[in-house]
Design a protein around this ligand. Structure first.
Ligand code: GLY
Ligand code: MN
Ligand code: MN
Length: 441
């Protein structure tokens, strides 16, 4: 089995060092790998490593636990892993084992995961703070609590149990929010392939094809690049586009309908997140174009807000302003844009936010507010920009020509010192560009 490259190992080690630096010399961190999940009976879902665990270790197997103990003489980075088991490995695949955890994955010390409860008191005893995210890993929570009790009870003269339990995510998720250069390169690549997949879908779609056939085109492109969907792909024709989390992808595409595709490929644990919306027959109708242009204007305005120092809600504010003006112009909303922003009347047709952090998780970690205020953008953050307008069929008081039109346009944007950098520009979004691409397909 080939483990991580030297370069990747160095990157994981640098992350652990930074985390340990932030924890301080009297802290200790415990974090588990993901568990395998049953799909049905004895069939598992394809294993996907926990993002936090992968970020710090690169270790790809389930049922492992990492302990980081700064300054510990026997080693700061301890991995508990499934031991080698040739008979099981014939069925379930290779394991690194205890030796591989050190040789291939750079652990200073490694144990069989069955020894975790036995070893833990020595690892966390006499540390002031335990960095661990309570409430996320039910089984492990109680084992750690039992260990704390054991340390307290067994020996009042021996090592003390940590006096504080600190949410590990406070430090770790702050790190994940600010992408390093190697992370940015992976996201960039995931975005480039995802853009290509959307182009492929645009060329493939036509009346009579099925939503799942379009999804298959997209997933084929991902798999050709060793990628998989980073979340459930949404391929919704016509009024299915008005269901925000439509994942059935089971309907036939109709002439005259729009098709909304929200799909992103995951590469080396980092996902892209693109939405495009285009006419199944290659030509926008008048009402479709009007709605589409309103969303596009809002999206372009919002992207311009992703600048170092701007509060991170500025994109949503800009999108809301533009989109509400558009809705008033289209006659979807009565009154003025100011009034409908104030009373949030715009929410009838634009009911979600404008974006989210993007990284290992599609809705990536990292706080949006610090001290009650929206935090400022910093270089190295990646955010999606995805305003949308959804006019449900039968919407009362709305011109029926707009019924069933759902449009969202979503790009992934890197915040840089030089302004916003759209990473997903490889797939067109201007009306004439989309129509040209579909015409030439
Ligand atoms: N695809 C999930 C989202 O756009 O938030
Ligand atoms: Mn998104
Ligand atoms: Mn999306």
């Amino acid at each position: 089995m080939t483990g991580p490259t030297r370069f990747e190992l160095d990157e994981y080690a640098a992350r652990r060092a930074r985390l340990m630096q932030a924890m301080g010399p009297d802290g200790v961190a415990v974090l588990p790998a993901a568990r395998e999940a049953i799909r049905n009976r004895d069939v598992h879902y394809r294993f996907r490593q926990d993002s936090d665990f992968r970020y710090l270790t690169g270790f790809p197997e389930p049922d492992a636990i990492a302990v980081l103990a700064p300054g510990r003489p026997e080693g700061e980075y301890v991995l508990f892993v499934r031991p080698r088991d040739p008979a099981r490995e014939v069925w379930d695949g290779r394991r690194a084992g205890v030796d591989g955890a050190r040789a291939q994955y750079g652990a200073d010390q490694a144990f069989a995961v069955a020894d975790f409860d036995k070893e833990l008191p020595r690892l966390i005893g006499d540390r002031a703070r335990l960095h661990y995210t309570l409430g996320e890993h039910a089984g492990l929570d109680s084992r750690i609590a039992a260990c704390m009790r054991e340390i307290r009870e067994v020996s009042r003269r021996g090592p003390a149990a940590p006096a504080e339990v600190v949410a590990l995510e406070t430090t770790l998720h702050e790190m994940r929010l600010h992408k390093t250069a190697p992370e940015v390169e992976i996201v960039r690549e995931a975005c480039a392939v995802t853009a290509q997949a959307h182009v492929r879908a645009m060329k493939f779609a036509r009346p009579g094809r099925w939503e799942y056939e379009v999804a298959a085109e997209i997933h084929h492109e991902f798999e050709l690049h060793g990628m998989e969907p980073g979340y459930g792909s949404i391929v919704g024709g016509g009024e299915n586009a008005c269901i925000l989390h439509y994942v059935e992808n089971s309907a036939r595409l109709k002439d005259g309908d729009l098709l909304l595709i929200d799909a992103g490929g995951e590469l080396k644990g980092y996902t892209s997140d693109i939405t495009r919306c285009f006419p199944v027959n290659g030509r926008f109708s008048g009402p479709q174009k009007a709605v589409y242009e309103a969303v596009l204007a809002a999206q372009l305005a919002a992207i311009q807000e992703l600048r170092v120092g701007n509060p991170c809600d500025s994109a949503h504010k800009a999108a809301t302003r533009k989109l509400t003006e558009g809705m008033v112009e289209l006659g979807l909303l009565a009154g003025t844009a100011d009034e409908r922003i104030k009373d949030e009347g715009f929410r009838r047709f634009f009911m979600h936010g404008t974006g989210h952090w993007l990284g290992m998780d599609v809705h990536d970690v990292g706080r949006y507010k610090l001290g009650g205020q929206h935090r400022p953008f910093a270089a190295g953050m990646v955010m999606t920009v995805e305003p949308g307008l959804y006019i449900a069929p039968g919407s009362e008081g709305v011109d029926p020509r707009f019924w069933g039109i759902g449009v969202r346009i979503e790009d992934d944007v890197l915040i840089t010192e030089h302004g916003p950098e759209v990473l997903t520009g490889g797939v067109p979004k201007a009306v004439d560009e989309i129509e040209a691409l579909m015409r030439d397909a």
